[in-house]
Design a protein around this ligand. Structure first.
Ligand code: DAT
Ligand code: MG
Length: 134
């Protein structure tokens, strides 16, 4: 077990469909701590930095325009194995494949509008926290 910080973001569809409260409840229920949280818009610069590993892929342009299209809730979540625990709560990238009981399985319908972002490693988390919280 290791104490970690991770970066999570409720995406525009999660905010528009009013899932903020439910998602926060699930994060707290597994014992993780929300250290920082803010409702805001993502700038094109932040979007490009956050998703730079996907630059050049077929879905990249759609991803950047989608994540900047409406308000998001950005947060820093911490606790034991926070990165992996949040990935488990989130479920698979494609909502159609995400299991029931996961955030994406319960609240998402597509692969692109998949409710929530979560860092995939401790290294990504530190970089992404820097991008969004400076
Ligand atoms: P994750 O968000 O599970 O870490 P990822 O890092 O592979 O997934 O991709 C980042 C985001 O890009 C993902 O949340 C939604 C979008 N995306 C990924 N694969 C896609 C695809 N095949 N078609 C459309 N959007 C996709
Ligand atoms: Mg990812």
């Amino acid at each position: 077990m290791a104490f970690e910080r991770t970066y999570n973001m409720i995406k525009p569809d999660g905010v528009a469909n009013k899932h903020i409260g439910e998602i926060i409840t699930r994060i707290e229920r597994v014992g993780l701590t929300i250290e920082k949280m803010e409702l805001c818009m993502v700038t094109p610069e932040q979007a490009a930095e956050n998703y730079k590993e996907h630059e050049g892929k077929s879905f990249y342009d759609g991803l950047i325009s989608y994540i900047t299209s409406g308000p998001v809730v950005k947060m820093v979540v911490s606790g034991e194995n926070a990165v992996k625990t949040m990935r488990k709560l989130m479920g698979a990238t494609n909502c159609a494949e995400a299991l029931p009981g996961t955030i994406r399985g319960d609240f998402g319908l597509t692969v692109d509008q998949n409710v929530i972002h979560g860092s995939d490693s401790v290294e990504s988390a530190e970089r992404e926290i820097g991008v969004f919280f400076g």
